[in-house]
Design a protein around this ligand. Structure first.
Ligand SMILES: [Fe+2]
Length: 149
């Protein structure tokens, strides 16, 4: 399940770095730098758990079924958190606000819908996290944020 979640975080991380229209929405420069650092970090170690799993087990049915379980749990947790955030902002019963948010995630060029294929690629038997090249994005943001290494 960690392999599955690492693929999710690495894919989201690459998307966050790729979509400047999204990461530019973070108005607080400290939080923006922290999230982009985290995106670089998640992207850099995206293969560690997967390589360990492959070395130890190399069991495709377990890897694929763990993905289904992990993403199911993640979907419930994220939905719960979204409801809490909407309630905190007084938007829980604002249908227009929900539609706008759902469209930005799942609509045309949505943050999640644009990741559907890279996310589903995990189910390919020969999948490897490094198949999703992101070194250029990592380097770009290290330079932009003036990180070393
Ligand atoms: Fe990670």
């Amino acid at each position: 399940m960690t392999c599955a979640l690492e693929h999710f975080t690495a894919t989201v991380a690459a998307q966050l770095m790729r979509r400047e229209d999204w990461n530019a929405q973070m108005n607080d420069p400290v939080m923006r730098k922290m999230w982009l650092w985290h995106a670089i970090e998640e992207s850099e170690h995206k293969s560690v758990c997967y390589d360990t799993y492959q070395k130890l087990y190399k069991d495709y049915p377990t890897r694929a079924s763990a993905m289904v379980i992990a993403w199911s749990i993640l979907a419930v947790v994220l939905a719960d958190q979204q409801v809490r955030l909407m309630a905190k902002d007084g938007q829980l019963f604002n249908g227009k606000s929900w539609l706008k948010g759902m469209w930005s995630l799942f609509g045309y060029k949505g943050f999640i819908s644009q990741q559907a294929l890279p996310l589903l690629d995990y189910f390919r038997p020969g999948f490897h996290p490094e198949d999703h090249y992101s070194d250029d994005l990592e380097q770009k943001y290290k330079e932009l944020l003036k990180f070393e290494g």
